[in-house]
Design a protein around this ligand. Sequence first.
Ligand SMILES: O=P(O)(O)OC[C@H]1O[C@H](O[C@H]2O[C@H](CO)[C@@H](O)[C@H](O)[C@H]2O)[C@H](O)[C@@H](O)[C@@H]1O
Ligand code: UDP
Length: 493
Amino acid sequence: MTIQDRDGYDFIVVSNRLPVDRVVSAEGEASWQRSPGGLVTALEPVMRAADGAWIGWAGQPDLDVEPFVGDGIHIIPVALSTDEVENYYEGFSNDTLWPLYHDVIAPPSYHREWWESYVVVNQRFADAAAAAAAEGAVVWVQDYQLQLVPKMLRSVRPDLTIGFFNHIPFPPYGIFSQLPWRTQIVDGLLGADVIGFQRVADASNFSRAVRRLLGHVTKNPYIEVPGEPSRRVLAKAFPISIDSTSFEELARRPEIQARAREIREGLGNPQTVMLGVDRLDYTKGIGHRLKAFGELLADGRVSVEDVTLVQVASPSRERVQAYMQLRDEVELTVGRINGDFSTMSHTAISYHHHGYPREEMVALYLAADVMLVTALRDGMNLVAKEYVASRFDGNGVLVLSEFTGASDELRRALRINPHDIDGLKDAMVQAIGMPVAERQRRMRAMRKQVLQNDVERWSADFLTALRGEAEGDVDLDDPLGELEWTVERLRRP
Ligand SMILES: O=P(O)(O)OC[C@H]1O[C@H](O[C@H]2O[C@H](CO)[C@@H](O)[C@H](O)[C@H]2O)[C@H](O)[C@@H](O)[C@@H]1O
Ligand SMILES: O=c1ccn([C@@H]2O[C@H](COP(=O)(O)OP(=O)(O)O)[C@@H](O)[C@H]2O)c(=O)[nH]1
């Protein structure tokens, strides 16, 4: 059944990217493949239960595709022109909001034409959702690219229950206030009934911005939005997670364990393999990690015979200037370290500018004695959780930046400040030499956390809170307590 011959969908997800990628075969034939992202896995059970639809961009400019069913999911594509990809996506989303929301690690650019394009494209997503939603439907909007959609949608469809989840940090007011369109952004978000953040700190940064810019009363976790009638918005942390059991299942497969052994052999069977896996993004602290490793080699505290660093840097946003520059810097540093320290039989850094499928990722996690997550700022960092979920053997050490959302939950990681290069070096040495009993103790505690709090729980928690707000009869001291709502009950009677 398509949108043309039904009254609309009861559950809709709206995100910048669709959960399916368009792939073109060597023969030039186009098809759709489910993208491997965690969000698809998280929302798939809800989607299936509610017979919902997903609205998003297919990832290529000027691609106008009719709604279709792809891998069992109802897809409603939103087209973006070449100019809009440049201005809304590469410009305002990834060169204004992204650096601003990540502690201005790179300088954000403010251009009025980018903002205008952001408004136009957000309106297009809102229109698509308004047209597709059944009376009283639940619409869940995802991420910073679409912060104006909640208000735009509410203004034409006040019957809808609207959720918003921000996957990246929400910055402190001192930084956020740089944005020339700061008031429009918080106002846009307040169109939602529930606004979810990764960390408690993000939710309080947002509430503070609302107080400062709009003067609304906030009573943690609620924001009172005046109007006729006035509304109450819940702004709260819902830390995202992963499909933990599927990572463990993959890690237990003999062929993936064999691949992990093969990876180690390919590296010359060093005593210790350290691993970094990141999108090639300036938020990930790849340069800090390389600097620390290079200095450890120079100081003689580690040797290339004993320790290899594998760095996967998957290509990302390659047309944005800051990302091009970062690639040059990272590759120059890798080349220098390898030139200075590699021998004929051992390479200091095994560097890969590729994106790998999930099976290979799990093999890499199993091959790595030490996982290095050194982000300077990161909404969550799913890689940290995936490493933990994959280590069913209870082994492996996670070195984790305190500037990631994950560090709020993975308290038994070796937590580091990546700006403190000496501290990072000491943590790397400590990780390499950590006794097995201590590794296992730490990993056991982290595994418990990740297995209990998986992505299904994340979506259920968020949607339960959303339902609570829609029903409006929630006990303020225990907003979620009395609800037994499950995803199945998203179905209309
Ligand atoms: O779509 P792209 O521009 O290629 O970027 C990929 C995604 O990157 C961001 O991920 C964030 O979400 C993760 C899951 O919640 C979180 O763990 C991570 O810390 C964030 O950086 C972005 O938020 C997505 O919208 C992008 O699609
Ligand atoms: O070669 C790669 C590199 C990364 N990933 C996946 O990309 C996601 C990265 O998510 P994270 O939250 O760590 O950072 P983001 O890139 O979203 O900022 C994780 O699920 C990784 O397993 C992947 O599938 N192949």
